[in-house]
Every structure is written in C-alpha cells, then in structure tokens.
Design a protein around this ligand. Structure first.
Ligand code: MN
Length: 227
C-alpha cells in the first residue's frame, strides 16, 4: 500500500567520529532529578521523587541556532546529560540497564516556563511548555565504547560567558541504571530512545541574541545561539 503523502523524515542525531546516523524513536525527560533544582522549583526532593514526561522526537535541534518560540516571555534553558539506547525492553533490572546504552550527548530541555507554570497550576499536561518546535537542542552522540559511562563530572551552562547552572552528574537522585529500570516498568523501551536525565540548579531565562554554551565532562559541549 502506498502512503497518501510522503512520510516525514525520521529524526536523527549524528554520531561523533562516524558517518552513520542514530535514528531517534522517543525522547523521555526526567523532572527534578537533582535535589537543588527540585528545591529551586519549590519542591522537596525527599518527599517528591523524580518523574518523567516526553518530548516529541521531531523537536530535536542539531544546528546551532535556536529560534525564540512564540507564546512565551519566559524561555528557560535546562542543561542535561542525554542517554541514547541501542536496545530496550520492559522491566529491565537496574543491574542490566547499562547494556542497553549506546552512548551519550549533551542536550538542552528548552522550556516555555510561563506556559508550563500555567499548566501546572491547572493540573493540565505540560506539552505546550516542553514539547514545542526545536525545544530539544542536542549534540552528536558519543558512543559509550569510546568514552565509557560517565557517572560523575561537571555539568554546567554559560550564557554570554557567565556561569548560570552548575552541578555534578554524581548528584542525580535517580542514576541512569535506575532511570532505565523505572522507565521500562512504565513503557517498552526500544533502540533509538533518548533519555534527558534532568537538570541541575540554576535554571533561568534567555532572550534573542543570547549565546548558550553547555558542557558535560567527558561527553562534550553544546553551543546554541538564541535567534
Ligand atoms: Mn528538564
């Protein structure tokens, strides 16, 4: 059977040091996975554990230009370590989880904070705050067989040369094996899934003309201009 129109292209990420592409299936994002960030958002990390939401795979942005989105006057950056899966399953035990990881990237969970806040207040889904066009800037994937599996190291973002967020991968409330274990109990994970693993304290807003430079030790740098 023929399609009634040309299917949209499969979202992909480049792979560092390779001419092959990583085809992306889903993007899972962890909320409030660093205690200091949970507190800055007004929550007690001891009482409220992290949780998940999704962004559409076609929100990935691999160019260095992030267009300021409509319908917001409070656009926030959230620098995150991104995990890329090469396989999946359901109910994956934490001690088997890392065998499903293909590699890592540096990503931004761009957020229309004002819209997210309105939706939170109304008890409605977050999509309009989180899953808008180009809301997931991301670097090329670094294969784990080259860089290993980072479990600690600095994660930070500078805006116009000024340090805004800073943390350590070791401060995640749920580490990566436990994120995969938990997620695979709720969803069937598959090759091509990405996990944005949460953001450290210091989230804030950017405006047109700002230059963001995110970094994760051992993984790389993500440079994005707000245009
Ligand atoms: Mn986030």
């Amino acid at each position: 059977m023929a399609y009634i129109f040309e299917p949209n292209p499969i979202p992909t990420l480049p792979i560092a040091g390779s001419d092959k592409l990583f085809p992306v299936r889903r993007i899972y994002c962890v909320g409030r996975n660093y205690a200091e960030h949970a507190r800055e958002m007004g929550h007690d990390p001891n009482k409220e554990p992290p949780f998940f939401f999704q962004k559409s795979a076609d929100t990935l942005l691999t160019s260095g230009d992030f267009p300021y989105p409509d319908k917001t006057s409070d656009l926030h950056f959230e620098i995150e370590l991104v995990v890329a899966l090469k396989s999946g399953g359901v109910n994956i035990p934490a001690d088997k989880a890392m065998s499903h990881v293909y590699g890592y990237a540096v990503g931004l969970d761009m957020t229309r904070r004002d819209l997210q806040g309105q939706m939170k207040k109304l008890g409605r889904p977050w999509e309009i705050g989180k899953s808008f066009e180009k809301s997931a800037p991301c670097t090329a994937i670094q294969p784990a067989d080259k860089i290993g599996h980072p479990t600690k190291g600095a994660i930070w973002i500078d805006v116009n040369g000024e340090r805004r967020q800073t943390g350590d991968l070791g401060d995640m409330i749920w580490d990566i094996p436990n994120q995969i274990a938990f997620l695979s109990g709720l969803f069937e994970l598959k090759a091509g899934d990405l996990i944005f693993t949460g953001t450290p304290a210091g989230v804030g807003s950017v405006k047109r003309g700002d230059k963001m430079h995110g970094h994760v030790d051992g993984v790389g740098d993500l440079k994005v201009a707000v245009v």
